[in-house]
Design a protein around this ligand. Structure first.
Ligand code: DX5
Ligand code: ZN
Length: 218
């Protein structure tokens, strides 16, 4: 069980007016990745930001950008989001009828691919893609807003995905997103997650390096 535990700080929680400085602070605190939440107001009932903000983030970033697409029919925007600076692009299995085509498109653009499930979507929905993705994102809140409470019913699904990944013999990251703090992070790590998205917990912390260590369990 020596898999690395990574923190991906969610830019949804930071001040966009000083994005470049915020990114420097996030990276100085020891966050491994930058999580970039894209919402279209259709797949989720909220709108966040898109490629122009991602380009600005990329200019300031020294760590990989982990883009989380919460948009309908994501294949339309894969090329744009990789060009704008995503190192990894995650989309929702619920948002497309052809997940294989989306995964291919991400790979053809030279990025890593992730597939995500909402809290009420069973792990079986992504089982057949474990052989072709680099990450599975198990949502631990309903996607759309930061600052929500962790849904503990999602924990058995994290363990189920960990088993599926183990059975595949592949190295696939398991990311969790939503309501992650020191306590819920431990629950998720114990269930098999190894990439922890942190938004409001990280940004509310006075000591951000300590928050990163707490989420990692260090
Ligand atoms: C929610 C987003 C999350 C959000 C997490 O739809 O996908 O990435 O920023 O924020 P917290 O950590 O506050 O739940
Ligand atoms: Zn997210």
């Amino acid at each position: 069980m020596n898999r690395p535990i990574l923190v991906s700080a969610s830019l949804l929680g930071c001040g966009l007016g000083t994005l470049a400085q915020e990114i420097k602070k996030i990276e100085a605190a020891g966050s491994d990745w930058l999580h970039f939440d894209v919402m279209d107001g259709i797949f989720v009932p909220n709108i966040s930001f898109g490629q122009p903000v991602l380009k600005a983030a990329k200019k300031a970033a020294n760590t990989p950008i982990d883009t989380h697409l919460m948009i309908t029919d994501p294949i339309r925007y894969i090329d744009d989001f990789v060009k704008a600076g995503s190192d990894l692009v995650t989309f929702h299995v619920e948002s497309t009828d052809d997940a294989d085509a989306v995964i291919d498109r991400i790979h053809k653009n030279g990025a890593k691919a992730g597939i995500s499930i909402k809290p009420n979507t069973p792990a079986e929905a992504i089982e057949k893609y474990i052989g072709s993705v680099e990450m599975v994102l198990v949502m631990t809140v309903e996607p759309g807003f930061g600052g929500q409470g962790f849904i503990s019913e999602t924990v058995p699904k994290i363990a189920q995905v960990r088993k599926m990944v183990g059975a595949s013999g592949r190295e696939v990251y398991i990311e969790v997103d939503g309501g992650i703090n020191a306590e819920t992070a431990k629950i998720c790590r114990d269930a098999g997650a190894n990439v922890l998205v942190s938004g409001s917990y990280f940004f509310a912390a006075q000591d951000k390096a300590a928050a990163v260590r707490a989420v990692k369990g260090m």
